[in-house]
Structure formats: structure tokens, C-alpha cells
Design a protein around this ligand. Structure first.
Ligand code: RRO
Length: 284
């Protein structure tokens, strides 16, 4: 079931959602076996920012009835340490590497893309636009006009394929998808987590960061609706995700027009679920 994606021939259509599989920790746990039977056809890194970030105070997770609310808060070692320490390790993976980046202004994003553009280990870039704009406080990706401006402004910073990961927390995801395509995105991915809140038994916010993002089975119907709205409007390839747990779920995303399908929360339960889904997926 090889799939062409942004100039790469992938061995199957299943990849990971950013931030849901730590390939470096997995190699420590599974050793070389990880590289022999890597569960995904491409690997997407956790989101990288320019400066290192500690992330949100705990608690960071809340188990919802059919999903998970996270408020991780983008902990990462920052661009320089990522390039120096993580990239050599990630380059040993047997699949193309997609580096996910986030910034709160076009200037910050362009700097991230320019630095990654210099590195042959990186096959493609994924831009996470769920970050609040430093000037407006609103998510960069929630307003189509702003999204098009930002994507167009940063597009020249890299010759590598640029995937824009849309936010689902917007009024019209189809309009955001069109805007990202018009700005020069080579591909789109969706959905990120849905904004959510968890209260403890005394009705106090449970998560250290206040609000969080809901993922897992609960969001699959929303993901399917948003995917359908996007594939109906754009001609660039789309990566679909949101609550995928089985090959039957993945098939629904592919049938709605996704070129690739990503597995996220389910990998916390079973790190090898990507291989199982890829093995069980039947060609159309
Ligand atoms: O780190 C996070 O808290 C986080 C990110 Br960057 C994201 O894009 N989606 C999410 O659910 N959590």
C-alpha cells in the first residue's frame, strides 16, 4: 500500500500525530527492534519552539469518558538543542522525519523554518498554528485571513514540503484550509485537540494549565466532519487524524479523502498500534 506524499514514497498511509509518540524514548525501551519494525511510515516530532519551554504545571492529563484531555503546554528543549541533540537520533529512524514547529509570530515561525531547512535529516515541516498570536492573543490558525498572511509570509523560509496543521477550534475549518492552501501550504493535517476543560470533584479546574485539549475516540466524529469539510475544498493532500484506533477507523478517514491517517492517543495504550492498523488496512 505505498503512498506518495509530498514527493516521498511511504510504505503505508499510517503515521503518528505530533507529540503522541516519543521515538527517542521508544528506542531506549525497545532497542534496535524499534527500527526493524517501526510502527509509522513517517515520523512526526513533538512541537519545537525557538526557546526551550518547561511546559505547564501538573496535573497535565485528565481521562475523559472516551478520551484524554491534555494540558502539556509545549515542553521542549528549544530549536538549537533539538537540532543538536535530537536530530541525529531521529535521523536513524527508517522513515522520513517531519519536524513540527510552532511560533507566536511570522518572524518566529520563519526563523524555525529557516533553521530546519538547512538540515538534510528533515524531510518535511509541519506548522502547528494552534498557538496564540503574540499581538492579538487569538490562535493564529483560527482566522482565515491571518492564517493566509502568516503562511504566505513564512513560505519562502523553506524549500521543504510545508504541512499546515489546522486548529479545530475555529468557526469554519474549510475556510482555514483554503487560506492555508492559498498561502502556499503543500499539505494540511487535521484535527488537533478540541479545547476542553476538566473539573475535580469540588468543581475546581483540574489541569495545572487551566484549559486543555481533548483527544481520543470522543473526537472521531468531529474529526470526520472537519476532514470532509476540508477535502471538499482543497486540492493539496490532507493528513486526517482524531480518535483513530482501528483499521476500520483509518479506512473511514481515507475514504473521506485523506492521503495519510495519523494515530495519536491510541499509541499511549499500544505503541505498536500503527503497525497493526497498517497491516490490517486493505487497499480500496
Ligand atoms: O503541548 C501541548 O499541550 C499540546 C500541543 Br503543542 C498541541 O498542539 N496539541 C495539544 O493537544 N497539546
Amino acid at each position: 500500500m505505498t503512498v506518495e506524499f509530498c514527493g516521498f514514497d511511504l510504505s503505508h498511509p499510517v503515521i503518528n500525530g505530533s507529540g503522541t509518540f516519543d521515538a527517542i524514548a521508544a528506542r531506549r525501551a525497545f532497542g534496535d527492534a524499534l527500527d526493524r519494525d517501526f510502527p509509522f511510515a513517517a515520523f512526526v516530532s513533538k512541537t519545537i519552539t525557538l526557546a526551550p519551554r518547561a511546559g505547564n504545571p501538573p496535573p497535565r492529563l485528565w481521562e475523559a469518558q472516551a478520551g484524554l484531555i491534555n494540558s502539556i503546554g509545549l515542553p521542549n528543549k528549544g530549536l538549537d538543542a533539538y537540532l543538536e541533540q535530537d536530530l541525529p537520533e531521529l535521523a536513524r529512524l527508517p522513515v522520513p522525519l517531519i519536524t513540527n514547529v510552532m511560533g507566536s509570530s511570522a518572524e518566529e515561525i520563519a526563523e524555525l523554518l529557516r533553521a530546519c531547512d538547512q538540515r538534510d535529516e528533515i524531510a518535511a515541516l509541519e506548522l502547528n498554528v494552534s498557538c496564540p498570536n503574540v499581538h492579538t492573543g487569538l490562535d493564529i490558525g483560527a482566522d482565515p485571513a491571518q492564517l493566509e498572511r502568516v503562511v504566505a509570509a513564512v513560505r519562502p523560509a523553506t524549500a521543504k514540503p510545508l504541512i499546515v496543521k489546522l486548529t479545530p477550534n475555529c468557526a469554519d475549518v474549510g475556510a482555514c484550509a483554503l487560506a492555508a492552501e492559498a498561502g502556499g501550504a503543500d499539505a494540511l493535517s487535521l484535527i488537533n485537540t478540541l479545547r476542553a476543560f476538566a473539573l475535580d470533584s469540588s468543581a475546581h479546574p483540574w489541569l495545572g494549565g487551566g484549559t486543555g485539549g481533548l483527544s481520543g475516540a470522543a473526537i472521531r466524529p468531529v474529526a470526520l466532519a472537519q476532514l470532509a469539510a476540508v477535502t471538499a475544498r482543497v486540492s493539496i493532500p490532507v493528513i486526517g487524524m482524531g480518535g483513530v484506533q482501528t483499521a476500520a477507523h483509518a479506512r473511514q478517514f481515507l475514504d473521506l479523502g485523506a492521503r495519510l491517517v495519523a494515530v495519536g492517543t491510541e499509541s499511549f495504550r499500544d505503541p505498536m498500534v500503527g503497525s497493526r492498523i497498517a497491516g490490517e488496512l486493505l487497499p480500496t
